[in-house]
Design a protein around this ligand. Structure first.
Ligand SMILES: Cc1cc2nc3c(=O)[nH]c(=O)nc-3n(C[C@H](O)[C@H](O)[C@H](O)COP(=O)(O)O)c2cc1C
Length: 186
């Protein structure tokens, strides 16, 4: 898919078909996440692939979002920040969160490129997920990412803030006055 199209069509999709997603596609999406920038190029994230119906149900319950269990598989993204702490001390939390965000976005863009569906899930009971997957206390759960085929072919991303309101020039709140072209017009 054209790069600009991937950026613009990535959307949080919650209606899934029951067609199974093949393993190579799941691994492709995780590999894309793994290409994201990382502080000091450290290895921080782990990805748990869940295809067991009972465990999927537990994860959906932990998120209180029933649609999640209808996905073909669910990925739980976890972080182990002990090496970040060793190198970056007070920046640990910020760096770990930012790396997770970059990786998750790579994952979602690859999912879009493969015409699959997902949704970034950040609302869940950490304790319930950790308990269901036997994740140790020292590890953080960063996100839950369902993977499925979308029920509908066309998906619409929600509208985003107008660039005229969010781009400043040289100092805070000084609006950028030059004409702003749309993505893909350069
Ligand atoms: C950190 C984070 C947490 C999110 N958590 C949830 C969630 O728990 N459930 C959900 O349905 N969507 C969740 N979303 C998805 C957002 O609601 C969604 O990205 C937003 O509404 C914009 O829609 P779009 O992704 O289609 O552009 C989350 C997104 C982010 C970045």
């Amino acid at each position: 898919m054209d790069f600009n199209k991937v950026i613009k069509t990535r959307a949080s999709i919650k209606n899934y078909s029951n067609k199974q997603v093949k393993d190579d596609k799941i691994i492709d999406a995780i590999e894309s996440a793994n290409f994201a920038p990382s502080p000091g190029n450290l290895s921080i994230l782990k990805y748990i692939i869940i295809d067991n119906e009972e465990i999927k149900e537990k994860i959906a319950k932990a998120c209180q979002q029933e649609f999640i269990k209808t996905a073909s598989v669910i990925i739980v993204v976890c972080s182990d920040s002990k090496n970040v702490e060793r190198m970056y001390d007070k920046r640990t939390e910020k760096y770990t969160r930012q790396h997770a965000g970059a990786s998750i976005e790579n994952f979602l863009l690859k999912i879009t490129d493969m015409k699959l569906a997902s949704c970034w899930i950040g609302a869940f009971s950490d304790a319930t997920i950790k308990n269901a997957l036997k994740i140790p206390d020292s590890i953080n759960v960063e996100a839950v990412l369902p993977i499925a085929y979308p029920l509908k072919k066309e998906t619409k991303q929600k509208s985003k803030p107008n660039l005229g309101n969010i781009v400043y020039f040289n100092k805070w709140e000084n609006k950028y006055k030059k004409p702003i072209k749309k993505i893909g017009s350069h």
